[in-house]
Design a protein around this ligand. Structure first.
Ligand SMILES: Nc1ncnc2c1ncn2[C@@H]1O[C@H](COP(=O)(O)OP(=O)(O)OP(=O)(O)O)[C@@H](O)[C@H]1O
Length: 272
């Protein structure tokens, strides 16, 4: 087993996080804990600092105060080189995919592999990339294509293939279904769930997509007032009388998402 974290220890711990850009304080006293193997959803209004939180966890954003640990190791205030052993244990799908436009899909997938294993044989690199492409639900012939030749949904899958390049234990997904049609979004959700199950991944998932929250998240954290104001299963969150939570989960879109889940739960096998 690669992990040096006990199974019952959280994979991500954030304590007392304060993030600011000049005078603008984005987080203040934010605490968070993500358990091994769960799909942990993060929701909150636009600009509440979900992406900044993710960047702080992976060491790309230096906070003003606070502690962050991933797999029991601090990620704040360490030189990039020191993070290397840790960074290869997680994969990140940034908002928008962040693919290199001048590289093919396969070459994009190979970028992190080359970074960590510069002496790897070209044929083996091609083989690994081809495997990750298919694993992400892309057709095998997507490998030689450039990002501009892909649909929005395919771009997300290509970004996912790159995030999976190093066989991570932890996956960060920043709004993976944004901009996808409902069928494409549901298919991406299913893929995320099946990867979590088959690879035993822990998933940190930022989303505005209520269908995603209902369909695949084990627990959800709500960001508001510069901190995590609540964490729990959707049923636990629904029991809280915070106005934003009520409005968000029980508004028209929330009700529609519940109806979809209930329909799927009652659908005969094979029709789901
Ligand atoms: N590099 C930066 N420099 C200055 N301000 C920033 C920077 N990155 C983020 N911010 C600000 O921090 C706040 C939180 O941004 P963030 O992108 O985390 O929000 P979010 O919750 O992910 O929003 P959305 O749901 O719209 O994607 C915003 O007000 C944003 O303008």
């Amino acid at each position: 087993m690669r992990s040096n974290t006990q199974d019952d220890e959280p994979v991500i711990v954030v304590r007392g996080l304060k993030s600011a850009f000049g005078e603008q304080v984005v987080h203040d006293g934010l605490d968070l804990s993500v358990r091994r193997g769960e799909i942990f959803g993060v929701v909150g209004g636009s600009g509440t600092g979900k992406s900044v939180l993710m960047r702080s966890i992976i060491g790309l954003q230096v906070p003003v105060e606070g502690e962050v640990e991933v797999f029991g190791q601090p990620t704040i205030g360490r030189e990039e080189i020191e993070l290397t052993d840790l960074t290869k244990r997680w994969g990140v799908l940034f908002q928008g995919g962040a693919l290199f436009s001048t590289l093919t899909v396969a070459e994009n997938v190979q970028v992190p592999i080359r970074e960590f294993y510069p002496n790897l044989d070209g044929a083996l690199l091609d083989e690994i990339a081809a495997y990750k492409v298919v694993m992400s639900g892309l057709p095998a012939d997507a490998g030689p294509k450039f990002p501009a030749e892909l649909s929005g949904g395919m771009k997300k899958r290509a970004g996912l293939a790159r995030a999976l390049a190093l066989d991570p234990e932890l996956l960060f997904l920043d709004e993976p279904t944004a901009g996808l049609d409902p069928i494409g979004a549901a298919a991406f959700d299913e893929l995320t769930k099946s990867l979590q199950k088959t690879l035993g991944l822990t998933v940190f998932l930022i989303t505005h997509d209520l269908d995603t929250l209902y369909a695949i998240c084990d627990r959800v954290a709500v960001l508001a007032d510069k901190k995590v104001i609540a964490v729990g299963t959707i049923d636990e969150l629904l029991a809280l009388d915070h106005p934003w939570i009520q409005e968000y989960f029980k508004g028209p879109r929330g009700r529609a998402a519940i109806a979809t889940v209930e329909r799927n739960d009652h659908a005969p096998e094979g029709a789901k």
